[in-house]
Design a protein around this ligand. Sequence first.
Ligand SMILES: [Fe+2]
Length: 150
Amino acid sequence: MAQQQHNHKVVENLGKFLADTYTLYLKTQNYHWNVTGPAFRDLHLLFEEQYQDLAGAADEIAERMRALGEKAPASFTAFSKLAKVKEENSNPDHKTMLKNLAQDNQTVAETCEALIKSAQEIGDEGTADLGIRRIQVHQKNSWMLNAHLQ
Ligand SMILES: [Fe+2]
C-alpha cells in the first residue's frame, strides 16, 4: 500500500515533467521560428538543437509512464494544467527569448529534481536515471542560453 502511494507520486511527477518538457519544446520551437536580430542564425540554430532534443525527451518520458503501467497526459489542456513553464503568447525580442528559456530550463530542472527524489525514495532506478540524464541537459541549456547574454 505504501509502495503504491509512493509509485503514485512518481507517476504524478512524471506527468508534470512531461508537461513542462512539452511546453518548453513548443516555446523553444516558437522562438526558433520567430527570433530576429543580429544573432539570428546562431539563435535559430541553437533553439533548433534544443527543441529537437526536447521532442525526443517528451517521447521518452511518456513511454516511461507507459512502462510503469500508466497512461501519459497528451493534450494541450492537460499540459497547461500540469506545467510550471508558461507558454509564449507574445513576440519578445531575442534577449527576452534567451532570458525566458534560461529561466524555463531552470524550472524544468527543479521539476526534474523532484522526480528524481521521489523515484529514488522507492528504488525506481529506471525513472531516477531518466531524471538524472535530463537534469544535466536542462542545466547545460540554461548555461548556454545565459552565455549569449553576457
Ligand atoms: Fe526549422
